[in-house]
Design a protein around this ligand. Sequence first.
Ligand code: AKG
Length: 590
Amino acid sequence: MKSRQCKQYFRNMKRSDDSEREKRRKRRRLLQELGEQRIPFLSPSDPGFQQLWDSSYSGLALRQAGALPEGLHERVRSALTTLRRRGCLLRDLVRVRDRDVFTAVSRALVGQPGCTYRYLDTRLFTIPWHCEEEEGQVQTEGQSEKNCCDPDLKSACKALWELNQFFCTDIQHHKNARGVKRKHSETENSGSQEASKEESRSEKPEKDRVQEEKGEKSEKEEHKEGEEDSDSGQGCSHSSPPQPSLTGPVHFNITLINYMDPAGMTHLKEEPYYGMGKMAVGWHHDENLVPLSPVAVYSYSCSGETKPEAVKAPVEKEGQTSNEGEKGGEEGGSREEEEGGDEGTSKEEEEKEKACWRVGLKVAWDIHTPGLALPLQSGDCYYMTDDLNRTHQHCVLAGDTARFSSTHRVAQCTTGTLEYIQKRCSEALENLHTDPETGTKSLRSLLPFTLQHIEDIHNEVEFEWLRQYWFQGHRYARFCSWWSKPMERLETDWKEMERMTQLLLAVVEDESSVQENRREMAETLLNALTDRQQHRQTWRDRCQSSLAQTLPPEEAPVDRPYWSNDDPDMPLPFDLSDIISRVESLLWRM
Ligand SMILES: O=C(O)CCC(=O)C(=O)O
């Protein structure tokens, strides 16, 4: 009795359950193997640090602050401070293994107008960055981003766009230089004279290397475009062989801004496997990116004095904060005395390093390769390239000061742009016919495939857009109006789809009808309604959770769309249980 779509839905559910189970199993195995021991990790002051970096973390590159123009630093710092002062940076109430948790860091998404970024079951909507190129380019439904926020915010977003432009160009240089380096290594392997030159190059500090690389020109990118390995997240401790990296220019389309002041946090999780220190963001792979696309991060440590305007931080309670270790599979483990005895760093150096913000890296599902902890001075940037994000996990280790980061990504947004969802809605509404004389509405096609398609879009717009948006309260509209009108429009379209479901229900319940496929139509409808009912309940529970209650009114989740049974404007009730029972019993009788 299940339709194809429903089978697919349950198959997907099962697949994600299986992969969660598989992750848990792996984690348990690693924990057992690890026992009470701690895995070693290396910092710059440890012998072998650079070698480990080159051999097992070669997709990571550091750009020291000096590589960026001073003016750009100033504009970016001021932009980040503005976002914070204006209250744009908020802790997300994300979903981790069916539990709601606040992220430890406060976040905002800035990027291409109409883009969204989905992580931990949360869709963030961009505050559009403003740039000459894009001004006037994306003006869906007369929506112009020109006046969507005030000049202060607008110039902040523009500075982040400028930083983005810098990263797009600079990462290209970096990619090209790596191409050259690989060529050299190949020659080296074949025993040419280039060997010693290349060797001495790899001995150089990273700073010198990247600065040299800037001047180098690629000969030719050798690798195929966009190959994706379905076996995601598998560890790979050796130096990346020529990886199938993306050819062509890199276009970062969003930046996820992070902010955290450790002084304001009552509880930060200790990094569990290596004993690296307190984590602001736990171990994870970055989600929802174009496969093999790079990530570029700007790190700005500062004093935590700038208070946001009229924004209260939610009350943090033990166990209610996520460091997002769960994001890509936290692998468990406990810490003991570090191996290596007195060969490691002195206590003083260790303390100094821990006062600094650091990015931690490890090979996924591997307890044999030492971890890497890279300190970041204010203004330093780092790149994650090739397949580093897939084969490795990273975390962010809190230093003593407050810190912002601007993390530039190529978000996978084939199904995540406003343009996309508007097109989907138009597709669905094409099946609704309105009699020009009587105004009576009817469905043009009753083909099960078409009906299924429409009900899928109905669920998509409701749960992936409207409820996601409103769950974040009035967060967006408070400082930028870009999404306000499009969201109204999506809601109007969704309401029409409610009408379409009502029309379908009438056809299915019309026992006198000679419609073929009535049974198939009823099954399609039942599956869609069951899903809808279940998801509505989940969102309702999330909106009413005790954590959600701690948020100030302007940030508190809104359970929207919601309506009472006697709302004359709504064709169907919010609670679908009666209708579901009716369709179920009808199917029994067929
Ligand atoms: O702040 C950073 O350095 C990286 C943050 C990060 O990994 C994330 O936001 O996913």
